[in-house]
Ligand binder design. Sequence first.
Ligand code: HEC
Length: 250
Amino acid sequence: MKKAQQEAYKRDYAQAKKEGKPFFPYAIYKDHIVAILCFAWIIGMAIWHRVEVGRPIYEATTDFVPRPEWYFFFLFELLKIFKGDNFLTPVIMATFIVPNVLMALLILTPFIDRSPERRIEKRPFAMAVAIIIFTSLAWLTYKGATSEAPAAGALKFTPSDANTEIAARVIKQEPCLSCHVIGASGGSLGPNLNNIGSQGKGVQWHIDHLKNPSSKVPGSAMPAFAALSEPDLKALATVMDGMGTKYKVD
Ligand code: HEC
């Protein structure tokens, strides 16, 4: 700072100190009143709107699409930008490294840009940082908000045909996924089915197995799906017999 500027600042400061009100207790007192009013407002709204605890969680559900609150959409979107075979890579990058590097930069900004200017057109660096951060946040939030939610529970087979359409519907309506991994997720009570077709058991084997698992695998813990219609069984069995060879799930 130049000398004249420094003196002007000291003069202003002494003046303000003489005329102004002290931080303690004046400002603290005011802050407390406002904070109490805010809490009272939130509590009042919660009572007035009768906020309730939602339905209990059912872990085996396959038709719940988890989505974050809107103010977390930017993190949600970052998770999609960092892809990796190792699922820790996107998680660590998007929820730890990137946000913390940005936070550190934000904290360092006043130390990097030490100009005493207050008019924004004379603060190009601070302006640029603010614009970049706010536009990236806005863009990521927008992308997160408009990105298509995965179809609830319905698997996407490639290639898709009449059989996979039926299989996707049956697998969504029956609890297959609570015991089997098909595609990226599922339970672990039964074997992973992504590659089950490579065993070459044949369509008829799968039909018989679905109708009565223990007729094919003695003592099988899998429930019988004999109530499915013949066309449904045939389509599902055809897809099972082709899993990993003809069909795969994205
Ligand atoms: C309650 C858990 C459970 C459910 C629900 C279930 N399964 Fe199974 N499944 C198993 C178990 C355990 C096995 C291993 C024993 C066997 O092969 O019967 C198995 C085996 C299989 C196999 C044979 C794998 C092999 O060894 O060749 C196929 C195919 C299969 N299940 C498909 C399905 C389909 C399709 C559904 C939904 C319509 C389904 N399962 C629902 C538990 C389950």
